[in-house]
Design a protein. Structure first.
Length: 252
């Protein structure tokens, strides 16, 4: 499909109460952005540019999570903790950024104070299923985000889900050990008169706790053979590169 131009809009309701501070909602934004195409027709295009969008072609929707890390950190909150409180996807991406900070672009001085748009999905209607159109939308995202949210991200990031693959024996054993440790921790907590945080950490180390809670683990990745190359190609063609070996793709 050929379009003279693309435009984006969002119909999400925004509601803020003066007496409620919620850093999860204030600094980590769920975004749903509708994408439209302006047909390559002079009269129709002029009508759309003048505000009559009835003849615009709805192409699809971009969903994502806008992490305002610079404001969040400056307000005194823990970036990774707030993302973890919000959802597993942004937690995974931010965890990889913090772990692989030496692999970040030179323009990024501190991963704790960057703003990241985590692309969740780009849903295109059947008639608009075109890799070049998907790539065009990705490349226009920073401009769309600036226009809709009045802020340009330092990074675009995406974690392409792996194809089904068999976990290694080590991974399976590690996960089973985490389950056993979690059960022991529960038994100790329920059977004791008091148990402080140090005792809980002794029973559940950080790696086992992350496994049980579904968080990203240090060095977590998936096999090369599990890459969905069709998805990877679209993002790589749009200028994304992998962050270390994390399978997180980024573009500044």
């Amino acid at each position: 499909m050929n379009f003279e131009s693309l435009f984006a809009e969002t119909k999400q309701e925004q509601r803020v109460f003066e007496d409620i501070d919620d850093p999860v909602k204030d600094y980590v934004l769920d975004c749903s952005i509708d994408i439209f195409g302006v047909p390559d027709d002079e009269d129709i295009a002029e009508s759309i540019y003048n505000g009559d969008t009835e003849q615009a072609v709805r192409i699809g929707t971009v969903t994502g999570i806008y992490v305002l890390g610079s404001q969040l950190t400056c307000a005194g909150f823990d970036l990774l903790q707030i993302c973890d409180d919000h959802d597993a996807y942004s937690e995974y991406i931010i965890s990889a950024l913090l772990e692989q900070e030496n692999e970040l672009p030179l323009s990024i001085d501190d991963p704790e104070i960057i703003d990241v748009f985590c692309i969740d999905d780009i849903l295109l209607y059947k008639e608009a299923q075109d890799s070049s159109l998907r790539q065009r939308i990705i490349e226009a995202l920073p401009q769309f985000l600036l226009g809709l949210y009045h802020h340009t991200p330092d990074l675009l990031a995406v974690y392409p889900e792996p194809l089904p693959y068999e976990k290694t024996a080590f991974e399976k054993v590690n996960e089973k050990m985490a389950e056993i440790a979690f059960a022991q921790a529960q038994e100790s907590i329920l059977g004791a008169d008091s148990l402080d945080d140090r005792d809980i950490r002794f029973i559940m180390d950080e790696e086992k706790l992350n496994i049980v809670l579904g968080r990203r683990r240090k060095g977590q990745t998936y096999p090369e053979a599990a890459k969905d190359l069709n998805v990877w190609k679209v993002y790589e063609n749009a200028g994304f590169t992998e962050l270390g070996n994390s399978r997180v793709l980024i573009r500044d």
